[in-house]
Design a protein around this ligand. Structure first.
Ligand code: HEC
Ligand code: HEC
Length: 298
């Protein structure tokens, strides 16, 4: 009887592992998703600034501060990451990557060698970007100077291969890969704002609350989330008008463009200062579009 139990248990472990491995397997996109595309570098720069790549892929002291050569600490509630070099260097950056490999990283969170990325890299938002915008972003990165870096650091816990593989299970529940859908009943500028907020801008990553498995809870879209630094809350971006946080779209636009230097409050802590600096580099029509969309949320 006892032996039977052991055999049964061992069997369950084997089957459980097999099912887990099957469900967590990486499912990259195939080359047929790549559209015929003429590169628009100016658009790539807009996606780069809206995406805030430099804020996380921040160079270490001494390296060119304007190039995303990575290596600086990124503190998150689950531990410290060192976002890697994403400059065009072939050996230590992503200069040798194909378009498809880049699209898979940005929209599926899968590396060229078929491993899952941790969602500290906000591909959960970048997945909503149009593939053509992702391709322009890659072309823009490739147009910048290559920076060679020494080997990338990883904190021990995140180096565990099973943890990485386990992200595949998490993705099944929490990675929504639908590209943003335009709402034809709304103005073009509103749609542009909504697109930038949900995709490249990855505003949801901080401003939308999470469910028990740490996935974004879209039933409470942009209603405020836990503060990345552990104290207080990331404010809600709903009802900004009703709560008299900003007087009108122009006022909110100027808060996004100028932040606290122009006397706007609550625009600096928990990463928002970096976000605001990046937003200030966008064409004015884009920050206005973001403001128009946010102001419409009840
Ligand atoms: C909130 C922080 C954050 C932002 C913003 C961010 N990244 Fe990352 N990125 C990371 C982290 C962390 C990793 C490493 C993930 C891992 O090891 O699983 C990463 C990994 C990557 C990789 C994989 C590199 C490799 O060598 O495997 C690419 C490509 C990348 N990011 C591109 C971008 C681009 C392009 C942007 C801007 C649109 C961007 N990232 C914005 C945090 C970020
Ligand atoms: C890394 C996390 C993070 C991301 C990403 C982020 N925010 Fe924030 N945001 C914050 C925090 C934290 C605050 C509060 C800052 C403070 O009190 O100093 C804030 C504050 C704000 C405020 C002020 C709200 C008020 O009531 O005064 C606005 C507006 C805002 N964010 C818009 C955005 C937009 C638009 C995006 C996307 C382009 C975005 N945020 C992305 C963390 C983030």
């Amino acid at each position: 009887m006892k032996r039977k139990t052991v055999v049964l248990f061992a069997g369950l472990v084997v089957v459980g592992t097999a099912v887990g491995l099957f469900l967590s397997r990486p499912r990259p996109l195939e080359a047929n998703v790549l559209p015929q595309h003429n590169v628009d570098l100016a658009n790539g720069k807009v996606m780069y600034d809206a995406g805030g790549c430099i804020s996380c892929h921040k160079p270490i002291k001494g390296a060119d501060a304007l190039l995303p050569s990575g290596g600086s600490q990124l503190k998150t509630p689950v531990g410290v990451f060192y976002p890697p070099n994403i400059t065009s260097d072939k050996a230590t950056g992503i200069g040798g990557w194909s378009d498809l490999q880049f699209v898979n990283a940005m929209q599926r969170g899968i590396s060229p060698d078929g491993r899952h990325y941790f969602p500290a890299f906000p591909y959960t938002s970048y997945a909503h970007m149009k593939t053509s915008d992702v391709l322009d972003l890659k072309a823009y990165l490739m147009s910048l100077k290559a920076v060679e870096t020494s080997s990338n650091k990883t904190t021990s816990i995140f180096a565990a291969p099973m943890l990485r593989r386990g992200m595949g299970l998490w993705k099944r529940f929490s990675l929504d890969t639908r590209v943003f859908k335009f709402d034809r009943s709304k103005p073009k500028s509103w749609n542009r704002g909504a697109y930038l907020v949900s995709g490249a801008g990855h505003c949801n990553e901080c401003h939308t609350p999470r469910n028990i498995v740490m996935g974004l809870d879209f039933s409470r879209h942009l209603a405020g989330g836990p503060h990345p630094e552990g104290k207080g809350k990331v404010p809600s971006l709903r009802g900004l008008k009703k709560r008299k946080r900003f007087t009108d779209v122009a006022d909110l636009n100027s808060a996004l463009r100028f932040g606290e230097i122009m006397g706007y409050e609550d625009m600096s802590s928990g990463g928002m200062g970096d976000v605001q600096t990046n937003l200030s580099k966008l064409p004015e029509a884009d920050t206005k579009a973001i403001a128009e969309f946010l102001f419409s949320l009840q």
